[in-house]
Design a protein around this ligand. Sequence first.
Ligand SMILES: O=C(O)CCC(=O)C(=O)O
Ligand SMILES: [Fe+2]
Length: 209
Amino acid sequence: MQQDLFTHGDDQLETCIRLAMPDADVCYYPDFLSADQAQHYFNVIQDSLLWHQEQISLYGKTFQMPRLQAWYGDKEARYSYSNLNLTPNVWTAELLSLKQRCEQQCAAVFNSVLANLYRDGQDSMGKHADDEAELGQQPVIASLSLGATRTLLFSHKETKQSMKLPLAAGSLLVMKGTTQQFWLHAIAKRKTAVAGRINLTFRYIYPDI
Ligand SMILES: O=C(O)CCC(=O)C(=O)O
Ligand SMILES: [Fe+2]
């Protein structure tokens, strides 16, 4: 991790590392969960969620999404994502307890979580912003990582400035303010062998948009 890319926020908890990114509000908590807790949640969540591989249509062709996904939340938190309309599954005990911990840390309320399972280094997520209408203006997104470390790549939509952040097991990344408006983020493929990783992004979906 390149320390010079970070500044420490004044009003944040001790463990928060605030990323020095213009037009953004991104905070990284490296030790949000202990190593034991992170391993426990990785195992239980990998085994208990209803994972599926979505198809995406692009230029008249159908592709398999390069990762598995699962969507959990309150009943009214329906969500469209890359032209998919997702109705949430009912919270599991583990997801609910992680949601509550994230809510406390962020002083925010979440009603849903998108879970991504990157089975190996070939699984990935393309550049995007979490800027769907149902997330409202300036959403707070709490992104919890479990399993293998993978690198999140941020790129500024206008200046093209880029920034790499390795997301370690048990870490929490909180994106808020104008982050989604000005920045894209992605998880690139890795050529070297890499074990499985789960990422949970807790969100608040406005039910009536
Ligand atoms: O896997 C990650 O860290 C990123 C997940 C993400 O960007 C998303 O679910 O929108
Ligand atoms: Fe995202």
